[in-house]
Design a binder for this molecule. Sequence first.
Ligand code: ADP
Length: 241
Amino acid sequence: EAEARIQAHLAEIKRSNAELEQFAYIASHDLREPLRQIANFVALLERRFADQLNDEAREYISFAREGAKRLDNLMLDLLEYSRVGRGEQLAPVECEIVVAAALDNLAARIAETGAEIHIAPGLPTVLGAKTHLIHLFQNLIANALKYCSPERIPEVRLSFTIDGKVVTFSVADNGIGIDPVYHDRIFGIFQRLHGREEYEGTGIGLAICRRVVDQHGGRIWVDSVPGQGSTFHFTVSLATG
Ligand code: ADP
């Protein structure tokens, strides 16, 4: 009887989880539309009425524009977070292609920071969901570029090891590092160690990474020496046959 009760509880948790995910998806999807409308009209005000606005008005409008942009980034990240839960079939995916796509999406930021990016040759083919793997690499590399002290040029190293059927990828940076106290917490949603004035962000990136890795049946963790850099590791399965 205890067993039956546990099963019923589990089913209930599953159902409410699915509902919550559906809610997050719809909310972030549908809320973007009116937000876009606000952003468009603010931009129009800024452009069309530039000569009629005084400095104070222009400043207020720019705050509105930045707020809308931040909210849109948050919605996009939430949308991505809720999408990862919606199970996808895993299939062989070439990491060469995935990593190239991630770097392509980050090209502007890489150019801006003058970062040095080193990618180990011969990236393997893994069992995965391609778009989610692109996001996983992209989030980790984006953080490696972002959490760098201003007097350093970011250096990012992507390497991997293979042990049987398990591939461990590592993304290492020479950034500000993370105190060991926070090594688990940072993978939770909305967990940030810095204010927005210091580093812009939503606190969703690593939570997405953890969901993607979970979905792939792997593990994700971080090693870091504060002040010297961090290395994020995650495991996925090698595609065989
Ligand atoms: P965001 O970058 O949007 O704040 P993330 O979920 O990607 O959110 O990261 C959570 C927190 O973990 C960040 O706010 C930052 O404090 C810390 N962090 C993530 N990646 C790194 C890194 N490579 N180096 C130092 N700190 C990091």
